[in-house]
Design a protein around this ligand. Structure first.
Ligand code: ZN
Length: 308
């Protein structure tokens, strides 16, 4: 994944202090969010579930066994129907490590790139996640469980009386980003491609910011204006709220290009691309300065060399 978040820095949220709550957004369509979601601009992972006549589809499995159990408990409060499908929006541990706690009969759905990464790199990823989130957060006990169905582009899942769509709109934060669309309730789960509404910024952990711009634009165009978006780590938002990360990413692209055009180094680019008007985000120093500017600089530099 990345070395940009070093082991000494504080975790973005404390996995042992998350209380998950559910909110019904439409009949049988639930968003699951940490109970501090309205108080902070970045919280633990969000999730959700959709109940059909024949069973339930769950979005995300969370970071560890405790959080996966909380999520399953919220499903059980709402229905006794079987959890037939589980979708991971990416391979990030806080969205996929809890897969192992779901029943054997639950069909796990991932993008092929997520399936490949989890199959090939799980132990390396676990070490990274323990470094990021801390020891003793239940990550040590997680068991890898990968997709039963890999979805490269689009899958319609019939839950009985309602259909849910699993879609890949392109690279947004990882090569295997999936979104889940409940058309009748107009709810879209997007995972980490949008961390949270403004002032939260994207995290370009794997670079490729121009592809992120293109993918977010496609998601924006796909959605009706009155749709509800559940971002990966924040409160529900509207499609118009996608303009904020798009503005940020376009400005980031312009400023790193300007720095490269002037022959500046990556350190000097940090001054030119300081973008202090975005600094109200609580994770600004890490996300903007340590992750996004270097990632965008490297990409734009390679492009300026004709590598891309
Ligand atoms: Zn996440």
């Amino acid at each position: 994944m990345t070395e940009t978040k070093d082991k000494e820095s504080a975790p973005p949220w404390d996995a042992s202090r998350v209380n998950l709550t559910s909110r019904e957004l439409g009949p049988g369509v639930f968003a699951v969010m940490p109970d501090d979601v309205l108080a902070k601009d970045h919280v633990g992972t969000t999730a959700g579930f959709v109940i059909g006549e024949r069973g339930v589809l769950v979005v995300e499995s969370m970071l560890n066994g405790d959080l996966a159990s909380q999520l399953i408990g919220l499903v059980r409060e709402a229905t006794a129907k079987p959890i037939r499908f589980l979708v991971n929006t990416s391979y990030h541990g806080d969205h996929a490590y809890g897969n192992y706690l779901f029943p054997d009969s639950t069909v796990v759905i991932q993008h092929p790139a997520t399936q490949r990464y989890m199959t090939d790199s799980f132990e390396e990823d676990r070490r990274f996640m323990i470094g990021l989130m801390g020891k003793g957060k239940g990550i040590e006990r997680v068991q890898a469980r990968t997709a039963d169905i890999a979805v490269p582009e689009m899958l319609s899942v019939d839950l009985g009386g309602r259909v849910v769509e699993v879609r890949h709109f392109g690279f947004a934060q990882t090569p295997g980003d999936l979104v889940v669309w409940a058309p009748d309730a107009k709810v879209l789960w997007v995972g980490n491609m949008i961390q949270a509404p403004s002032p939260a910024l994207p995290w370009l952990l794997e670079g490729r910011h121009k592809e992120t711009i293109a993918t977010l634009t496609r998601v924006r165009e796909f959605l009706p204006e009155d749709a509800t978006i559940i971002p990966g780590h924040g409160r529900p938002m509207r499609p118009a709220d996608i303009e904020f990360p798009l503005l940020y990413l376009r400005e980031l692209d312009r400023t790193v290009r300007k720095a490269i055009g002037e022959g500046r180094s990556i350190e000097e680019a940090l001054d030119i691309a300081a973008m202090p008007h975005y600094c109200s985000y609580s994770l600004f120093d890490w996300a903007h300065k340590l992750v996004n500017v270097p990632a965008a600089y490297r990409e734009a530099w390679h492009e300026s060399q004709g590598d891309v």
